[in-house]
Design a protein around this ligand. Structure first.
Ligand SMILES: Nc1ncnc2c1ncn2[C@@H]1O[C@H](COP(=O)(O)OP(=O)(O)OP(=O)(O)O)[C@@H](O)[C@H]1O
Ligand SMILES: [Mg+2]
Length: 263
């Protein structure tokens, strides 16, 4: 079911389905500051990213000039001490937070300086996000946890269901479609969250400590799934504190005090 596919430079691993949630984002929609060097074709290209948060005592400089490149098909583990800026960097790449300075390019498009509507469309088209605590809908079935967000994104119920069933099969949850998250194990819940993140065939799968809330077995389950997705061509950036989890990635990038540690 997984296919790396020709042209996977800008689309990740996919499940075959005719469904498509959105049209392509239009880069001409919003003014972007001076584009600088032309797009490289990389999956992620961050240059000189700075992000400072206001705080009571003194401003917190979460990103202090970050450069990051991720090539299509790479599986990058982002590591570093608590508070060093990992989640901030992930959010910036996801288009959930904006840099104060610097440039952010994803799938060949500049995303810094865009407005909220553009970013929402960009995320729908290009980004799948997995969080530490799953963020699932408690009262509805595994199937509807994927179908409902997909419908919010404009997919018809039938297409959304067909894709959701494919994804649940792919992620080993094919016999759990009608169960609610509460009766699933932690590893199964996180796999469901990953299925939901893959519903839009994202160019880039971003995960912030996806095994952080799981026991060893659940963590291994989820790591194995990421490895399979990577083998199928999916580009992944995953924040983790676990050296065992990071060992499953194709490259480890370390951060400290808002900067990438040189290799
Ligand atoms: N919205 C916010 N408002 C104020 N400060 C913030 C905000 N988000 C992050 N910070 C601060 O920015 C710094 C970096 O935070 P970030 O969440 O990126 O760290 P992290 O590396 O993900 O840490 P952890 O491993 O604990 O998750 C921290 O000092 C944090 O307190
Ligand atoms: Mg974090």
């Amino acid at each position: 079911m997984l296919c790396a596919g020709a042209g996977s430079a800008h689309r990740g691993a996919s499940v075959s389905t005719a469904a498509d949630t959105t049209g392509a984002a239009d880069p001409a929609d919003a003014a972007v500051p001076d584009a600088g060097p032309p797009a490289t074709g990389g999956a992620v290209r961050v240059r000189g990213a700075r992000r400072t948060f206001a705080a009571d005592l003194a401003p917190v400089r979460a990103l202090r000039g970050v450069d990051l490149d991720v090539e299509p098909g790479e599986f990058v583990a982002l590591m570093g001490p608590s508070g060093c800026g990992k989640s901030t960097l992930l959010n910036v790449v996801a288009g959930l937070d904006a840099v104060d300075d610097g440039t952010v390019e994803v799938a060949g498009e500049r995303i810094d300086g865009r407005d909220e509507d553009w970013l929402a469309r960009f995320r729908r088209t290009h980004v799948g996000i997995v969080f530490q605590f799953f963020n699932l809908l408690d009262g509805v079935s595994a199937l509807d946890n994927i179908v409902l967000p997909a419908m919010l994104h404009g997919l018809r119920r039938r297409a959304a269901e067909s894709r959701a069933r494919d994804l649940l099969d792919l992620l080993g949850l094919g016999d759990r479609t009608e169960q609610v998250p509460a009766v699933l194990s932690g590893g199964q819940r996180q796999r469901l969250a990953i299925a939901r993140a893959l519903a839009n065939e994202p160019t880039l799968l971003l995960a912030d400590e996806p095994t952080g809330a799981l026991d060893t077995e659940g963590g291994l389950e989820v790591l194995e799934l990421f490895r399979r997705l990577h083998a199928g061509g999916q580009t992944i950036v995953m924040v983790t504190h676990s050296p065992d989890v990071a060992a499953g990635a194709s490259r480890v990038v370390r951060m400290r005090d808002g900067r990438i540690v040189p290799e």
